[in-house]
Every structure is written in C-alpha cells, then in structure tokens.
Design a protein around this ligand. Sequence first.
Ligand SMILES: Nc1ncnc2c1ncn2[C@@H]1O[C@H](COP(=O)(O)OP(=O)(O)OP(=O)(O)O)[C@@H](O)[C@H]1O
Length: 319
Amino acid sequence: MTGVRQGDPVSAAIPVPDTGPVISVRDLQMRYGSVDVLKGVDFDIQRGEVICLLGPNGAGKTTTIEILEGFRMRSGGHVNVLGTDPAQGDEAWRAQLGIVLQSWRDHGKWRVRELLAHLGRYAEPYRRPYDTQELIDAVGLTEHAEKKISSLSGGQRRRLDVAIGVVGRPELLFLDEPTAGLDPHARREFHDLVHRLSDLDETTILLTTHDLDEAEKLADRILILAGGRIVADGSADQLARQVSRDAQVRWSRGGESFVHATEDATGFVRQLFAEHGEEIADLEVRLASLEDTYMAIVHGDKSPDHESAIARFGKAQQQ
Ligand SMILES: Nc1ncnc2c1ncn2[C@@H]1O[C@H](COP(=O)(O)OP(=O)(O)OP(=O)(O)O)[C@@H](O)[C@H]1O
C-alpha cells in the first residue's frame, strides 16, 4: 500500500513506504539562546499509532512538534518524517501532513463551508480530501456551516481547527492541545473522530494534551517529555506498572470497607471469595491511574534535571 488510496485521481502524491517508522527522532536537540530545551530526544512512531506527548508547561512539546512539521529548525540531531528530513520537506511532503496548531487566528472573513471546500480543493492534487459536508458533520459544525469564522465561539473555532487539519485526509496528523476549550460533548466527539481516523483511515496521530484522561482514552502509547528528554515511553498500563507493580483491591464486608495492595490481584480476589464468598461486596481492582503515574514520573523526583527519573523509570518499551 502507498499513501495514495486506490482510485484516487492523484499524480503528485509521494508514495509512503509500508515499513519502518513514520517518524524517527534521534538525539534531537533544541537550544533557544543559551537555554537547552531539548537535550537529546529519541523516539519512533509506527504507522497507525496514536501517540500522546505529555509533559509540564515549557517542556518542549510544541517545539518538538514544530520541528517535526518542518516549521522550526532544530539545533542538532536526526529527524525523519514520512521518509524525509522535515527541514527539506517540499510541498508534496507537506501535503501528507495534517496540522492543528495551538491557535489559528486567520481566515476570519471566510465562512466555515467555504473555507473547508477551498482547502479541500487545495489538497486535491495530492490527496483525496474529505467531502465538505461529511467533515462539517464529523466535527459538529453542521449548524454553523454558513457562519463567518470570526463569529464562531472559541470551542466552535477549535472544531474548525481540527477540520482544517484533517480535510486533506493526512497520512500523519499533528494536534497541539486539540481539545483545549472544548466542552465535554465536543471533547467526546473529537475522541470519536480520532478513533475513526485511526481505525478507518490508519492515520498516524501525534497529539499533545494536558488532559490525562484524554491521553488514557486515546493513546496507544504515551511519551513523557521532561527535563529535555523522553523520560517515559509506553502504554498507560506499562507506565503504571513501572511506577507500582501493585494493584489496589477494595471491597466491603459486613458494612466495613477494606483495601489491600497486591501484585497478584487475581490470586488475592480468588482467595477472598474462597474465604468469604457472598459476603464480599463493592469489589474494585485498580492499577495506578495515568495521573498517579505522571505525577510520580514528572514530579516525584526532586532533582531538577530529571536524570534520576530517567534512571528509575527508563522506557517501558525497552523492558
Ligand atoms: N521562539 C522561542 N524563542 C525562545 N524561547 C522559546 C521559543 N519558543 C519556545 N521557547 C521556550 O522553550 C521552552 C519550551 O516551549 P514549548 O512551547 O515547546 O513548550 P511546551 O511543552 O509546548 O509548553 P506548554 O505545555 O506550556 O504548551 C519554553 O521555556 C519556552 O519559553
């Protein structure tokens, strides 16, 4: 398979290799003035993966994404995105990317439908764009399709940002805090859209968020950037097990509540039922949440450079 779907009237699109990572980053460094923000970032992202990049304010998430998008020149290291160094990416390469920045403040005089149709036509030489109405419905802007963009609310504007990012059915989608400002309903619709893009179109998605629930719901894999490096890399479950191998088992019996931490939750629950049978109520087994994990990895370590966090937690993938 290539990046172009069968039957597409596309001649200029560049074929995307089937194998190998879609994004490969080695020893990425970024220095602003005398401050080293990225001190040697390494990761790979495979086709179809949904990756959440987490990290405290100022950790360098936007910087990393902008380097991958070709918007920012790195100070050092190697980066390959869809077979190309982003610093040398041409128009055909760029057409494979969908980009949702933290905030677009442009196109104010256009109307929603008009702009999406226009951007779709712009993508046509390279990709098979979304049908405009289908896209408007998918991002929940049906009732606002004829409105001027300057008159949209913040959340509606964010939905439009997402629509602009995906209109060309990108091979690879970058989303920088896509749900900031969205209400819970819009947030859920956005999550559905991400699942659809990932499951149906096999879009590779890299997103940043400060919402750990969102990361847990969406991510196949989580990368945590802190102190200029990736300090954790793995699924939410893999990371949780690195922080604590214990699960918490909670239950009640005869009106009294109990809690027990154990590495073998299944064995413990089996024993509990063998001893007390139907007296057991309100049983709950819980691993560390992503929030517990994140706090332990990013804030549990007092050293400012997070070196010992790296030493302690390493990377789940390498386990
Ligand atoms: N153009 C620039 N010139 C100088 N410093 C910059 C520039 N852009 C970003 N920085 C600094 O680099 C650091 C990383 O910024 P960046 O926006 O990449 O972080 P972030 O992880 O995306 O943060 P947030 O979660 O707050 O969005 C910050 O300290 C920021 O002030």
